[in-house]
Design a protein around this ligand. Sequence first.
Ligand code: BTN
Length: 325
Amino acid sequence: MSKTKNHILKLLFKNRNDYISGQKISDEIGCSRTAVWKHIKELENEGYTIASVHKRGYKLIDAPDQLSEAKIYAGLTTKTLGHHLVYQDEIPSTQKKAQHLAEDGAEEGTVVLADEQTSGRGRLGRSWHSPKGTGIWMSLIIRPDIPIHKAPQFTLLTAVAVVKAVKHVTGLDCEIKWPNDILYKGKKFVGILTELQAEAADVKAIIVGIGINVNAAIDDFPEELKDIATSLRAEAGTAFDRAELIQEILKAFEDLYKSYMDEGFGLIKLLWESYAISLGRQIYARTANGTVVQGLAQGINDEGVLLLKDKDGKIHKIYSADIEI
Ligand code: BTN
């Protein structure tokens, strides 16, 4: 989308409940009224419904579920998270892009968002199905002043933020499967990938990748996902506004991040445990090297590490694994 059109869209979103005159738009943007009119027509062709009333100007009535910077900014209530937003219609992976931006010094709170990923990445070297127009594929760059061993706590913080935001926007109560899958009725619809850039023992940046199946139809999932994955739309029977969910996630994340930096992991641990499905149950943890530990999931420790008690009473600390219940 051209810069001018994006700017006009931002103004329309900002004044969503009111008319804004063509003159005001052209003054703010520094283009002619004819150019404003031309861009409004283009937006209408792209699916926006814009009322146009003589002597009053333009008013945004409805917007398609098309992601854009303007749409995200319009309802963003965070103090800083997402204010620097890098949006692309198509990208290989938001995570890769965010990694590069972080290496190049991108500021804390930068968010990379795409409508489609062509090489989305999951945990443990897997790929992540990220089709166009139906999901949320985004990566956040944060730079907390913490030692490396605390970084996994951010996976749990993110999961809590997503559960809260999903509840707020959709009313659905979902559950967390350690460390980072979010499920609804046993089927996964969110994946979180937390990656670290570090110098000696200190964190330089954490890249938090969040993938959410929002409006996808199960029929469109690849065969191997049909029985184990779901989407919010499939569960609720209605489509959701992705921009609204993104805004809520960023807000919930920022609030929890502040609580974490001010008061530590306590509140997040409590919330995480209240949403976790595996605690108190016999589970299998399959680690990356193929080892399987079976035991009773006791909880997480202050570093977000899962504690499993085996049949001999020995406690195993699980740092990274796939969990089977
Ligand atoms: C998982 O395996 O469960 C984690 C999936 C993480 C997917 C997200 S989508 C946005 C970001 N970009 C990527 O390439 N991966 C993460």
